[in-house]
Structures are given as C-alpha cells and as structure tokens.
Design a protein around this ligand. Structure first.
Ligand code: ZN
Ligand code: ZN
Length: 242
C-alpha cells in the first residue's frame, strides 16, 4: 500500500508539477527542485556515535567521556536554514511530501556506508496527547517513507511515549534530562523478546537530533528489552555540544 501511494504521488507530481518550496520553480520530482536539493547543507565529517559535526571523522570528546546508548548515529543535514525551515514546515505545517525527498536522500547516504541493514525501524513516538493535537507524527512519516524504499518494516509495538514532556527548547540540559526521565517505555519485557521475531538490530528514527537526549533515552528503553545493536537516524543534526 505505501508503494502504491508513492507511485500515485509520483504520477500526480508529474502531471501537476508543484512549485519548489524554496525557489518556487515548478518541480516534477519532489517537494524541492534539484538545484535547491543539491544546495541543502549536507552533514559531512562528524562523530560516528552521536553525529556531532566535527572537523574530522572521529569519536567526539563527549562520547569518549561517556559513550551514548546507541552504537552509531547518521544524520543527513546540518540543522540550519533552509533545512530548519523545511523541518518546521514538515512538523507544523503538514508539508509531509518532504518526507519523500528526505527519505530519497537518506537512502543515497546509506548506500555510501555499506553497513548491514537494521531488522526494523522504530520512529520516536509522540505522546498520544501531542499526536492528537498535531494529527501526525513527523518521525513516523519519515520512517514510513524510509521503510518503503528500504523494504524494512516499521515496528509500532516496541516503544511507547508514556510521558507528555513539555517543549524542550530554551531549557537547560539538566531540566531537559529531568523532563525526559522515564519518557519512553517498551511494552515488552526482556524475556518476551527472545522469540524468533525479536529484532536484534534497530534503527531509531526522528526528524532532528539536538542534544541526543531523546534518542539516548529511547535507545535505553530498547536496550532494556534486549536489543543488541541500535542506530539512530535523523534528517538533521544541530551543531550544539552535548
Ligand atoms: Zn528550488
Ligand atoms: Zn560523539
């Protein structure tokens, strides 16, 4: 069904080219024209564990001092204009067609890495109250777009958001940590995951990685049920230190 939706979206776009969200030139390919897509600020050298932008590809000081819960992190872009504007459009203005563009670009990046594929994708969940207000979870929309392209299932049953955390922007790291404590929980207990279908390798998916705190706490909840290998995938990464 998602493949079918992707096909229909492509055909509609070819029949009725929509203006590029940034330069307004009509584009038959995606939400952005090719030139604007190529100009997006790619995240290059970074820490492989937390994706913090660096001058060379190496483990950052923060990860050396205290390794994050996840094994690795992959992010496509710097969280700076125009990517930040596009993510706000995706998140708050229902520009969900952007997930197709971001997923296409993410798949190209994955192909360069040549690492084993995860068994499943898990989107960072929204609290049900937040989901009701927004109407959709942008992380899940992105995960579904990736799922279609990579042929990897999205698992909705592995992780719940059990705490409706306030908006984190503007808070100190300590306040954020307090807010996020016990924010996620898996409905599974460790022994229940030892069946044949228990995923051992998971990619956690979100739109933006900021301090990495959300990913860390979600990854911990998955670690607690016995998941072996956890990657975190995001569209964009802020450059602020942890
Ligand atoms: Zn454009
Ligand atoms: Zn790091």
């Amino acid at each position: 069904m998602p493949r079918c939706r992707q096909y229909i979206t492509q055909r509609l776009r070819q029949a009725f080219p929509a203006p590029c969200l940034l330069c307004h030139v009509r584009s038959i390919n995606s939400a952005l024209c090719d030139d604007c897509t190529d100009d997006l600020p790619q995240l290059g050298l970074c820490c492989p564990h937390c994706a913090t932008p660096l001058n060379l590809q190496t483990t950052c000081g923060a990860c050396l001092a205290k390794p994050p819960v996840q094994d690795s992190s992959l992010s496509l872009y710097h969280y700076s204009p125009p990517v930040s504007t596009l993510i706000i459009a995706l998140k708050h203005h229902d520009q969900r067609t952007l997930t197709d563009l971001f997923a296409d670009e993410f798949v190209k990046r994955l192909a360069q890495n040549k690492v084993p594929s995860p068994d499943c994708l898990v989107a960072i969940p929204l609290h049900p109250e937040r989901l009701r207000q927004r109407g959709y979870n942008q992380a899940l929309e992105f995960a579904r777009a990736l799922s279609t392209r990579l042929d990897i299932p999205v698992r909705l049953d592995l992780l719940d958001r059990v705490k409706n955390t306030p908006i984190q922007a503007g808070l100190s790291l300590k306040q954020r940590q307090q807010n996020m404590r016990h924010a996620f929980k898996s409905p599974f207990v460790p022994n229940a995951m030892r069946g044949k279908n228990a995923p051992q390798h998971i990619a956690l998916v979100d739109d933006v990685m900021t301090t990495g705190l959300t990913f860390n706490i979600a990854a911990k909840a998955l670690r607690d049920i016995g998941v072996n290998h956890i990657e975190v995938w995001s569209i964009a990464r802020t450059s602020n230190a942890k």
